[in-house]
Design a protein around this ligand. Structure first.
Ligand code: BES
Ligand code: MN
Ligand code: ZN
Length: 498
């Protein structure tokens, strides 16, 4: 989607439709909607007075004015009650109305910024959310659909603002919104790609192409290098697959390439059968999404590069395919991770934490100021929090608070869960230092405790995105499938560092 900004009058935009908005309960519209209402001799107020449009959140209505505006139609979007208004609602409202326009065959849409005027939000933030909503709401994953491509696709979005003093904010907000939304779409595309087409090597190749195109430096370890580095845990997880593991390092240098970096780590299990501890067949297809933590890191790194953030940021992906096979690792095996403490395998299905601990041990050499891992780690986290919040754990309260707040600002809710002495005790090994499962009680937390055991002296947070990484039904700003969760939260967190 081509996105541009313009200073001018929304009534004069050469587009297939213009978008206006209304708060619930407003009788006489103000702002841009009010201006257009006057130009149309009260046609919008009449729609409100007649009860056809109330401004209820996500409600839409369409008008074909005979004259007065250049575009043939107006699409109205309800913003809900002013006291419930938020940046989150801007993005959702924009998603709904843009999708509506697209389904009506609109190719070029001109929109005002939702909430930048009467809504009282920061103009750059509101613009960013308006653009994010438009791009994310119209996202489609059509790579594997044969036949004619969809004809109803929005091609151009113009963000129009009357007040020229807001020009810089509109421009920076629209730019940020586009770069962020494109990072989310990359994460969604990777997440939605099926296991057969996205083994670790292909994931690594795609990352390489992305990195080269946006100017990130990168290094890929193949299975031999992974072994020679001493990453016995990632090796064990990958050894049952004919398609070997990869360890991916991306780097954005920022203003000071010598500075201690912030590090993002993603679980990249390209397919999780459970291995010898084989999963039940029903629903196993969703385990193509078991690399969504990696997808979030990759999407975020693309955005970091495009925004050219001042901070030095490193992205790490531990990629493997978890398969049952004559060569696969088995329950009872004892493995030697890079982080020294040996692990007794209780379940080959608790593979994500194994892939991650080698990454968490590896990054010690960078002396990170903070490390954040993202992983579709436990079904227990889905049981605990459902699909509306990711689990958030860690060893540093400031970092946890900063991530929690980034989650609130972006609508990617991250809920703090504890790691307690009991959880650490649950994973003490009988035959080795640790075991890789702690039984049913507190399954998300024992997984957190397991990761924590390999975090050596740096601030660390863990996001369990098992419940939030993909949708089973369509939501306004996310169709069915991978959500790209994490990208917006991470970027918000990283932008607030500087
Ligand atoms: N990838 C799964 C976790 C998962 C399950 C994510 C369902 C999303 C939906 C992970 O590798 C796994 O299998 N975890 C096990 C751990 C158990 C064996 C301790 C689980 O949650 O059952
Ligand atoms: Mn598993
Ligand atoms: Zn898994």
């Amino acid at each position: 989607m081509d996105i541009s900004t313009a200073i001018g009058n929304i009534t004069e935009q050469e587009a297939d439709a213009i978008v206006l908005n209304l708060f619930e309960g407003v009788v006489t519209p103000g702002g841009a909607t009010g201006v257009v209402d006057q130009v149309l001799n009260g046609q919008i107020s009449a729609l409100i007075a007649g009860g056809d449009f109330t401004g209820k959140f996500k409600q839409t209505s369409i008008l074909y004015p005979a004259s007065g505006i250049t575009a043939p139609r107006i699409i109205l979007i309800g913003l809900g009650k002013q006291e419930d208004f938020s940046i989150d609602r801007v993005r959702l409202a924009s998603a709904v109305v843009t999708k509506e326009a697209e389904q009506r065959g609109v190719k070029h849409l001109a929109t005002i910024v939702h909430g930048g005027g009467i809504g009282g939000l920061n103009v750059a933030d509101a613009t960013q959310a308006t653009v994010e909503g438009a791009v994310l709401g119209t996202y489609q994953f059509t790579t594997y659909k044969t036949g004619a491509p969809p004809t109803n696709t929005l091609e151009k979005l113009s963000v129009v603002e009357f007040d020229s003093s807001k020009q810089t904010d509109i421009e920076t907000g629209a730019q940020a919104g586009q770069h962020i939304a494109e990072g989310v779409c990359l994460a969604r595309n990777l997440g939605n790609a099926p296991g057969n087409d996205l083994p670790p090597s292909v994931l690594a190749e795609q990352v390489t192409e992305m990195a080269a195109s946006v100017g990130l430096s990168y290094e890929i370890f193949d299975e031999h290098r992974i072994q020679s580095e001493g990453m016995g845990a990632l090796s064990a997880v990958g050894q049952g697959s004919t398609r070997p593991p990869r360890f991916i390092i991306l780097e954005h240098k920022g203003q000071n390439p010598e500075a201690d970096p912030v590090i993002l780590v993603g679980k990249g299990i390209t397919f999780d059968t459970g291995g010898i501890s084989l999963k039940a067949g029903d629903g196993m297809w969703d385990m193509k999404f078991d690399m969504c933590g990696a997808a979030a890191v990759i999407g975020a790194m693309q955005t970091v590069a495009k925004l050219n953030l001042p901070t030095r940021i490193i992205g790490i992906v531990a990629a493997a395919e978890n398969m049952p096979d004559g060569n696969a690792y088995r329950p009872g095996d004892i493995i030697k991770p890079l982080g020294k403490k040996t692990v007794e395998i209780r379940s080959t299905d608790a593979e994500g934490r194994l892939a991650l601990i080698d990454a968490l041990a590896y990054i010690k050499r960078y002396n990170p100021t903070a490390a954040i891992d993202l992983a579709t780690l436990t079904g227990a986290c889905v049981t605990a929090l459902g699909n509306d919040a990711s689990g958030l754990m860690g060893n540093n309260n400031d970092l946890i608070q900063a991530i929690h707040q980034a989650g609130n600002r972006t609508g990617e809710i991250a809920w703090h869960l504890p790691i307690l002495e009991g959880h650490r005790n649950q994973i003490k090994g009988d035959y080795a230092d640790l075991k890789n499962t702690g039984g049913r009680p507190g399954g998300a937390l024992t997984a957190g405790a397991f990761l924590e055991a390999y975090v050596d002296g740096y601030a660390w947070a863990h996001l369990d995105i098992a419940g939030t990484a993909w949708n089973n039904t369509t939501r306004p700003d996310t169709p069915i499938g991978a959500t790209g969760v994490g990208v917006r939260l991470l970027i918000d967190y990283l932008r607030n560092l500087s």
